[in-house]
Design a protein around this ligand. Sequence first.
Ligand code: NAD
Length: 306
Amino acid sequence: MNFDHPPPPREPLPVTSAQILDGKALANRLQDELKQEVYEWTQQTGQRPGLAVILVGSEPASTVYVRNKRKAAHAVGIADQLIELPAEITQAELVAHVDRLNADPQVHGILVQLPLPRHIDGELVLRRIRPEKDADGFHPMNMGLLALGTPKLVPCTPLGVRELLIRESIPTKGKTAVVMGRSNIVGKPMALLLMAKGPGGDATVTIAHTSSVDLPGICREADILVVAAGQPEIVKGSWIKPGAVVIDVGIHRLADGSLCGDVDFAEASQVASAITPVPGGVGPLTIAMLLRNTFEAARAIVHSAR
Ligand code: NAD
């Protein structure tokens, strides 16, 4: 998907009965809070949290994502560096860059922008990142800790959704949550967070996927419906329980250049009690959580070295 050009002016959102969950505004608040925390920590320790971003090739969407992440890091006082590598880089050369960053004491968070070129084994590269520096939370160690209920660094998109649920005071305890999608970066960790004990968790969780039968029926059970299927506007208003909270993780560019999510917003917003828009919903929270993870990694690494 190409996000290089800003979307054309959008039609005003349709009249809606649902509360719009403004992820952009929340992300701005979270980044302001983090900026203050980073400032105080830097004053106390003399250290700056450091994020290193590896970008392989020049895929336009990845280039824009990386630019946005670096800009946000800079704005909160995180030192960021970009390692731009050619698409033809070998696996061994890429791994050598990861190893160098693993050993660099100025670097506390490492992010390898996905997707990687086809000749690279992405799993192997992600597993090479030291778990303590795994800003995206994709390392098997971090996924395992999350599954065991003792999370350290958690994948940013589901972490952002949980933060939104907590900050918007959306009750999750004892609620029925349905997560559509079972990917390792969104669906699976999202389900683990929703079922975890504590704020934003304690829900009864169902995961729906491509082999699920009667998707509309499964979705209609949900008090909280998180959609991360990667299918434009697949979830219709008739799939939603009246009053449900709908979180739309998907993002797609349509032929006319506008953006949409996995949920048919016009229909869903007539039925839901609250809903995230696309754009301006989950996306900005993902970046805010990447910065939070980098800061948490820096604190843990510096603290353990003392
Ligand atoms: P993915 O393609 O890896 O996974 C999609 C999942 O949805 C799969 O597990 C599949 O089983 C399931 N699925 C696909 N079609 C389905 C269907 N018809 N019915 C039921 N289940 C179905 O995608 P992903 O990486 O998890 O991302 C999902 C969406 O979220 C994409 O649109 C992606 O662009 C978006 N995304 C947004 C952010 C953000 O920050 N806003 C971050 C990550 C991903």
